[in-house]
Write a new protein. Sequence first.
Length: 245
Amino acid sequence: MNKPLLLFLCVCLVGCSSTSTTTVPTTIQENEQDDLHVVALGDSLTEGVGDGKGGYVTFIKQYLEQREDVNKVFVQNFGKRGLRSEQLTDVIMNNESVIRKADVILITIGGNDVMKVVRSHFLSLTYELFVKEQQMFASRLDEQLQLLRYINPDAYIVLIGLYNPFSSAFPNIQEMGEIIHMWNEGSKKVISRYDRALFVPIDDLFEERDDILYDDQFHPNTRGYELIAQRMYEHLQKHEEWIGE
């Protein structure tokens, strides 16, 4: 082989080697953004009574939409004023197809169960009456969580605890703070049995804070709902598995 031809082949080989090296990707493509489907279930807090703009659901939607890993947030709100835990199962069953597609399920329930005890036994209230009602509530909640898991095994479930607006409305019930604490502890115990489920306490947000209650001194006002949503999002950030796989 003559020297010019040999030199030409060497140049070609070196050139091909250099070209193939530069075409190897040097960066890993970032994950694409995901759409997030949120279903909200429960009572007047989920409906947003006292705010008029959608309550905590609207605020939590805004927080989620600000995430870099979220594209769009789609919310279905089935909150209904006055809803008690014994009625929640029907709400779940009637919206099974929507719940099946949810990534996150938000729940507020229990406040009207407490009010039921107050109204039914106003002149003869005892701590034991609330304990009995809470035990029945916990049993229903467990069944409803089982139902949600059957419908949707993967959604992240967030149960929001109760707060105590009763001190001003019912000053004669001295133990109401203790009752709310007992109720929340029972709910926390139930939801702790489930994977991808979270209890969010909010009772401390409303202690000595009449300024975040609506005019009825029972429901949160806009600022109160914003604080609830902030607390929820803070807890969700500690459990990043909720965003999906």
